[in-house]
Design a protein around this ligand. Sequence first.
Ligand code: GLY
Length: 324
Amino acid sequence: MKRRKFIKKSGLSVGGMLTFAQVKANKDLFGTEKQSIGKPVCIATWNVKDATQAAWTVLKESGSALDAVETGAKVEEADVNNQTVGKGGRPDREGNVTLDASIMDHQGNCGSVVCMQNITHAISVARKVMEDTPHVMLAGKGAEQFAIEQGFEAENLLTPKSAEEYQKWLKTSNYEPVINIENHDTIGILALDAQGNLAGGCTTSGMAYKMAGRVGDSPIIGAGLFVDQKVGAATATGMGEEVVKTVGSFLVVELMRQGHSPDKACQIAVERIVENNPEYQKIQIGYIALDKYGNSGAYCIHPGFNYRRFDTKGHELITPRSHL
Ligand code: GLY
């Protein structure tokens, strides 16, 4: 079949680019009509069923996507058995637990906290930054002081279990991030509410035994999290440095804007990292994405990453495709 004929028949655009007509008609690269598959819906990185359950409880009562993502993220932050988020998180190499978190709503408002100590619910402080300050980001002592002024309780986030592991780590002090650590890592959570509004949140204690002051992708709007009401939302888990270098979540949303499905957008964004990094086999990156129609997708470098989806049809654990 001649190329021009094949392109016409298959509905593909030249060079895989969407035509203006396709974008306007809500069609994907293959000419398939995109349809709303129902709202509300929430998705979250990893098998965090209590978090998506809590978010769903908000959504099913016609609560906002913003309240849903905050509620879901708080479940993991409070869980001391989750050593990658909130209270109980593994410390930096000085023994301090420092948290990063961000939140974004359907109007493009956003807030984040960076390298904050002694406050469990970093996601809620990020929301306060968004709603009650003229700023987007507060860091370190300033973030902690703001949180305390807002009525958050200061507490020691280093649990005996994380302290004991840290003491063992000090014997070698070898910084070697573990792939798919404990099957959760950073928690990113995205929601589309019954009113059709999108929101996202992302929270983490960062890489275990990181350098003091190290900040990952999670509190960086566009890297660890991005929401665009006209298109969809994306969030990331894994080695934050690589996500920051490619402005990963923004990239995923922009790829969806060009007409790629959430799955394909996540795949292209992961492959951008793979192409740029000869040592990619040593790292894990996972993206999840939710479009404004309620379709979700994900992609990762290594198998072992999964994500939770809760919608009107039920609660699922989904294993995405991976590069390796
Ligand atoms: N993705 C979380 C971090 O790198 O800190």
